[in-house]
Design a protein around this ligand. Structure first.
Ligand code: UDP
Ligand code: MG
Length: 330
């Protein structure tokens, strides 16, 4: 029931903060992060209430059971359980689509995104100066040397190739206003590269920096190769630079062969014998063949992306939830 006047009317409506967490085999981590979130939000109780959206991305352990137990004891907890593993991007999308908050924040389940930062994020958004409070790791302690190097290279390359400026060490941990979330959701592409999408939509962003924290429980889901593939995805989703490279290559090869043709004709006219030169012919044939295949491969990558976009399948399928009964979402 709504009251326009009287005591209820005088009471300030609390703002809702949606906290969304993608979870893949995070049974143990959930037990750590839930109390940490409750603790972080408690001092703000007067003005803010929160909802916790847990997305189970087809976990193989007791994650769903754990979510149900939390939902049982706390009505602010909503779980959305996928029918299989759809990947972190899909889980983030599901969380954002179902969030009802005035402010929405997404974070990892493993405590690598410290919940203690939540109040500061809210305060920053509340000033009205910013639409998004993002976080950045300033150290990478506890991470392998190759991995750190790879990550740094990735940010360098993606900044060069796309016109999207993704900060080094940027986490997916960020809090956004309702308006920004709606803009993010308006990008309904199938191949989602969140780091790029959040930059692409624009808005005023401020950064919180923190020291790297190691996983509280469970283990990382990212192997080195998974990260390499993820980087390539990011580049292909947000840049057509590889296509530009292949057309330049084609142009350069044409120039070279033009010079070669003139050279061969002149040599034939001056010296007569054109048969000599088997080795160089084979080199040229294999070289050109290689470049052609390479460029076709690049084009193929973009076509594969187009193919999956055109099919327009749902980004995820929710098998079970205690929230609203959304079976799937396009
Ligand atoms: N995650 C997910 N689906 C996946 C892989 C990961 O929802 O297929 C979640 C995972 O549960 C965690 C977050 O994404 O909450 C980040 O994963 P992780 O901590 O393994 O990545 P790292 O911090 O090592 O980069
Ligand atoms: Mg992690």
């Amino acid at each position: 029931m709504e009251h326009g006047s009287g005591i209820d009317g005088l009471m300030m409506k609390k703002k809702l903060v949606s906290i969304t967490i993608p979870c893949y085999n995070e049974e143990a981590a959930l037990q750590v992060i839930y109390p940490a979130i409750v603790e972080a939000m408690e001092p703000l109780e007067e003005k803010y209430e929160f909802e916790l959206l847990l997305v189970n991305d087809g976990s193989k352990d007791g994650t769903l059971k754990q979510m149900k137990a939390l939902a049982e004891q706390d009505s602010r907890v909503k779980y959305f359980s996928f029918s299989r593993n759809f990947g972190k991007e899909a889980a983030i999308y599901a969380g954002l689509s179902n969030a009802k908050g005035d402010y929405v924040v997404m974070m990892d389940a493993d405590m690598q995104d410290p919940p203690a930062l939540l109040p500061e994020m809210i305060t920053k958004l509340e000033t009205g100066e910013w639409d998004c409070v993002a976080t950045r790791r300033v150290t990478r302690t506890g991470e392998g040397a190759i991995r750190s190097f790879g990550a740094r290279m990735f940010y360098k390359i993606i900044r060069k190739m796309t016109n999207i400026n993704i900060a080094d060490g940027a986490r997916d941990y960020q809090m956004m206003t309702r308006q920004m979330v709606d803009s993010v959701l308006a990008l309904t592409e199938y191949n989602r590269f969140s780091k790029g999408i959040f930059e692409w939509v624009g808005y005023r962003k401020t950064w919180l920096e923190f020291e790297n924290v190691e996983r509280a429980a469970g283990e990382t889901k990212w192997s080195f190769w998974k990260l390499v593939l993820y980087s390539l995805e990011g580049i292909i989703n947000f840049s057509s630079f590889p296509l530009t490279v292949s057309s330049y290559l084609g142009f350069i090869m044409t120039l070279i062969s033009f010079v070669a043709i003139i050279f061969i004709i002149v040599r034939k006219l001056m010296f007569g014998d054109p048969v000599d030169g088997w080795a160089s012919t084979v080199c040229i044939v294999t070289f050109v063949g290689g470049i052609q295949l390479f460029c076709m491969g690049i084009m193929g990558q973009y076509m594969a992306k187009m193919y999956s976009e055109v099919k327009n399948r749902p980004r995820y399928i929710i098998q079970e939830t205690n929230g609203e009964d959304v079976i799937y979402n396009k």
